[in-house]
Design a binder for this molecule. Structure first.
Ligand code: FPP
Length: 228
């Protein structure tokens, strides 16, 4: 699986999608979940190995309580509701982030889907929830210190991540035209390619995965060397 592409997705524009239709912002998040399923199927069809989806950042708690509660509801009810979708399509789910502050029902649902999809292998999806790149590095360092490690190196940090078996992201794509990382995969994006498309996240489908693969294929990755 190591040679398969790892795509990170910053799913932005749900609010704008909803506002342009005179709908509440929450309707944008629900439409975003539907887009996520189409994109996941596109990833499987195109032999992508890993998707990391930025669902809720460590900073998203600042949003109105009603919106936060709605998203937490999606992470419990909808995640469980989509269990047949994950299993029928061979999708294994992993959690990325600090699960501790999440509501109990969301924690329970997420742990259940992780457990019940653990034997799938067609596509690995990391759900980044209460995730922040800075927080990820701090948690990795603290994990290492708690094991008695006294010398912090890049390898020590990487091997103490939540899912160290997942290879670094190859390409990060963001919807809604923004050109920021917004605290997403800070460590692993050191040499990732970055792509931004204008299309709002709820309008994404399988074709956007094909575009990412095509655009990524045109990049000359040099990793600090001289490249091809
Ligand atoms: C950013 O758009 C989007 C989010 C903060 C939420 C993303 C969540 C989903 C797509 C649902 C995932 C669900 C499950 C069950 C995994 P925004 O609200 O910042 O959009 P705006 O910039 O237009 O306001």
């Amino acid at each position: 699986m190591e040679d398969k592409l790892h795509i990170g997705l910053i799913m932005d524009g749900n609010g704008r999608w909803a506002s342009s239709r005179h709908l509440p912002r929450t309707a944008g998040h629900l439409a975003g979940l539907k887009a996520l399923k189409k994109v996941a199927l596109g990833a499987i069809k195109n032999n992508v190995g890993y998707l990391t989806l930025y669902c809720f950042s460590t900073e998203n708690w600042k949003r109105p309580k009603m919106e936060v509660d709605y998203l937490m509801g999606l992470f419990s009810e909808k995640v469980i509701g989509e269990l047949p979708f994950f299993n029928n399509n061979g999708i294994k789910l992993l959690f990325l982030g600090d699960m501790e502050p999440l509501p109990e029902d969301a924690k329970k649902a997420l742990n259940q889907v992780i457990d019940e999809t653990k034997n799938n292998g067609k596509l690995i999806i990391q759900l980044a929830i209460n995730y922040g790149g800075q927080d990820e590095v701090c948690r990795a360092v603290n994990r290492a210190l708690s094991k008695g490690i006294t010398l912090i190196t890049p390898e020590v940090i990487r091997s103490n991540f939540d899912n160290p078996e997942v290879p670094p992201v190859d390409v990060i794509a963001r919807s809604a035209g923004e050109m920021r990382l917004s605290n997403f995969l800070l460590w692993d994006s050191a040499y990732a390619e970055f792509i931004s498309y204008k299309k709002l996240w709820p309008d994404w489908d399988e074709c956007d995965i094909v575009s990412i693969i095509d655009d990524f294929g045109k990049r000359n990755r040099k990793f600090g060397g001289l490249g091809k």
